[in-house]
Each structure stands twice: as C-alpha cells, then as structure tokens.
Design a protein around this ligand. Structure first.
Ligand code: SF4
Length: 222
C-alpha cells in the first residue's frame, strides 16, 4: 500500500479507456462482511464521488482526495484469499474509477468470485456511457449484481435488502444469481464486527455509523 502523491495523480479521477489505472484510490476495505451483498463478501469502498446526494451515508468518501493507493493486483489477491463468495464495490462512486475496478472485477471473477456494484448512476446512464467508454463497459460487463441510482432521502427505505431508497433497483446482470432466491428479499440488515479492538458496522441504510465508529479509517483491514 502506498500513498497517492497529489490530487492530480489521484486514480479516482475520471479518465479515458486507453490506459486503465493499475492503482486505485481506496477509502476502506472490509475483508469479510455479510451485509453488503449475498453471502460473505470482500467489500471495497473507493474514494471520490461526483454526486452529492442529500443524506449520503459516506460523506467522507465524496472528495476526490488521495487516500490509500492500492494496486489492482493486490486487491485481487486479497479478495481471493479472503474465503468469500464475492466482491462488493461501493463508495464513493465505483464508476469514477471504472478502469481499475474493471480489472479487479474481471480478475476476481476469473477466479470464481461474484461481483456486486453499488453505484449512484442509473442503469440507463451507465448503458449510455458504456457506448463510448470502454472502462465503464468492461466494469458493467464484469458485474453480476448492480444497485443503481442516487440516494433519495425522501424515498428512504429499510425494507428492501441492499437498497437505500425506493428509486434504486437491484439489477441481475448474469446467470449467477436468481432474483427468486429468498436471500434477495427481506429487510436490510446491520452487521457489527469486532476485530483487534475495532468495531465496524456495515449494512444499509446506515447514516454515518461506520464512519463514527472507525473514524473513516478502521473499516479496512490491515
Ligand atoms: S451516489 Fe452514493 S456515494 Fe455518491 S453522494 Fe450519492 S449516496 Fe453518496
């Protein structure tokens, strides 16, 4: 793990498809959670989001500021060593680092893990962008599940698993999961994990709980 040198060097900046970054700007990692998608998952929160949804649960992850610069290959190896069903990509905005995350998603999928993405863009916006953005097209193609749409505080819900507000939709993008599976129904859940004296809280929709407990740093593993 190394630091990103300057904002201009931030892997989180939107960029073209020609040279996908080998290093990602990461806000937090939880190596095993059961609250951010089906089964046990390696969850990656990227730093930086261009949107400003009122009531966003991760406001410290919105600036495109340098956090932890982690190579794509390291993320793949750590996820594959974590004894999990899949990887969940959250933020921040995953499609703001689409090139690097596409490489992560393709890498873990090739080794049998599933990929779930939580994005503020709508599926219609992503499909339009994918027409001429190869990074977005590859990331979309490597996803098994995707929750789309801005968080709308007035539409907040706690009764749809992994959904924060009623406008958001869980899309099934591959044959890996069946939407009739009971695990995709039911209320949202909150998960508390205590490791090495650090309490982390995950689940949707939380409003700053994880941030308060880990001070924006303790959510990642060592
Ligand atoms: S898209 Fe997600 S991370 Fe970005 S401001 Fe909205 S709720 Fe926050």
């Amino acid at each position: 793990m190394r630091s990103v040198d300057a904002p201009g060097d931030t892997p989180g900046a939107e960029r073209g498809a020609a040279d996908p970054p080998a290093v990602l700007n990461i806000a937090a990692i939880v190596p095993c959670t059961e609250a951010e998608g089906p089964g046990r998952r390696f969850a990656i929160w990227v730093q930086g989001c261009p949107m400003r949804c009122k009531g966003c649960c991760n406001p410290e992850m919105l600036p495109f500021a340098p956090r932890d610069a982690i190579p794509v290959d390291e993320l793949i190896e750590r996820a594959c060593a974590a004894d999990v069903e899949g990887v969940s990509l959250l933020g921040g905005e995953p499609f703001a680092q689409a090139g690097g995350l596409a490489r992560v998603a393709e890498g873990v999928r090739a080794r049998g893990l599933s990929v779930m993405i939580f994005t503020g863009y709508t599926m219609a916006e992503l499909r339009a962008r994918a027409q001429d953005d190869d990074d977005a097209r590859r990331l979309l193609a490597a996803a098994d599940l995707l929750v789309d749409g801005r968080y709308e505080a007035r539409e907040r819900t706690t009764t749809r698993r992994w959904i924060g507000s009623k406008n958001q939709v869980l899309h099934f993008l591959s044959e890996r999961y069946d939407e009739r599976d009971p695990q995709f129904r039911g209320d949202n859940q909150v998960e508390l994990r205590l490791k090495d004296g650090v309490l982390t809280v995950n689940g949707w929709p939380l409003f700053g709980a994880r941030r308060r407990l880990d001070d924006g740093r303790g959510g990642r593993d060592g």
